[in-house]
Write a protein that binds this ligand. Structure first.
Ligand code: ZN
Length: 327
């Protein structure tokens, strides 16, 4: 029988969890987050050592797992400092469990489920999952379609825009514009307040290389910006044309495929999502889609990518806001 992924020590043992994270955050050796001193860490000690009258140590302070002390500036720190784990009291091995669950569940995992599985409060689970989404953020922001490849663009509607009355059609819903690079198979989504040639045009301009071939449906939103690219081809969904008969490479089925997973996850798992947080969920779905099994990224590799993304992404409870705890 093959071994369960979840039996790995870093999911159960705190010292192993620290070793796992340290190896990724400090691949070339520990450095001090305060003064930047490299390879100067001494084991940190919590609690004062008891000394006798002559100053001889009777009981040394307790060594805390992962605690380091900088030999240059003498400040104590752990690998958690300046990462998504900063100022969290949740043990690191539970953080890693949460990261694995969120990285490996195709349609996401609700905070309620995470709370039950990890044995933490709903509020903690909600906060952890938002921080993990932050670690999933793509820091590269490279242009799609560089080298003249195809980039599909489309928009979808989800939930309800704050303050909007429910009417027939998608007008009252929240709006997401997604781009998929056909060569790299990466997805990038943006939440927009208004769907217009201006807002959509700006997203396309900022993310798609001019030499790319833009592929969309018949929507007016892309007509103007489409002229700025090497080519702009479209299918007419309105006339039930999903793949061009003249040129079968003209379709938006790839981005539609992304939307189908995204919408199933948002409806089935997350259900109520406040607009203020929608961009965090699109980040999560973009991340899993861009690092999926078909591209050779298995669950463990995807989990390792999330761990790599924790640095410099501290998110305070205040910046997340206090609403939306049901998501
Ligand atoms: Zn230092």
């Amino acid at each position: 029988m093959s071994k369960s992924v979840l039996s790995a020590p870093h999911f159960h043992d705190e010292a192993a969890a620290f070793a796992y994270v340290e190896a990724r955050v400090w691949p070339t050796g520990c450095f001090c987050p305060h003064c930047g001193g490299e390879g100067v860490a001494l084991p940190g000690v919590r609690g004062k050592a008891k000394k006798d009258k002559e100053g001889k140590v009777i009981t040394p302070g307790a060594v805390r797992i992962g605690l380091k002390r900088c030999a240059a500036c003498h400040v104590q720190f752990t690998v958690r400092v300046k990462t998504i784990f900063e100022s969290s009291h949740v043990p690191l091995h539970l953080w890693l469990q949460a990261m694995f669950l969120l990285a490996s569940s195709k349609k996401g995992i609700s905070s309620n489920q995470l709370s039950r599985t990890l044995g933490v409060t709903l509020k903690t689970a909600w906060f952890m999952s938002h921080r993990i989404r932050l670690a999933m953020q793509d820091g590269t922001a490279g242009m799609f379609g560089a080298g003249g490849g195809g980039v599909e663009a489309d928009e979808t509607f989800i939930g309800r825009e704050p303050g909007q009355k429910v009417r027939p059609g998608p007008g009252h819903k929240m709006k997401v514009v997604t781009l998929v690079d056909r060569d790299t198979k990466q997805a990038r989504s943006t939440v927009v307040d208004v769907l217009s040639s201006e807002t959509v045009g700006q997203i396309v301009r900022e993310n798609v290389s001019r030499e790319a071939r833009l592929l969309t449906d018949e929507s007016r939103l892309y007509r103007k910006v489409g002229q700025e690219f090497a080519a702009h081809s479209s299918v007419n969904h309105f006339a039930h044309e999903y793949v061009s008969k003249a040129d079968p490479t003209i379709h938006t089925n790839t981005v539609e495929g992304f939307f189908s997973v995204f919408k199933r996850g948002m409806r089935g798992v997350y259900q109520h999502c406040a607009k203020a947080h929608l961009h965090r969920y699109t980040t999560e779905f973009d991340f899993r889609y861009s690092n999926r099994v078909r591209l050779g990224v298995d669950d463990q590799a995807r989990f390792a990518l999330v761990v790599n993304g924790i640095v410099g992404k501290r998110l305070t409870y205040q910046t997340v806001g206090r609403q939306g705890a049901a998501a």
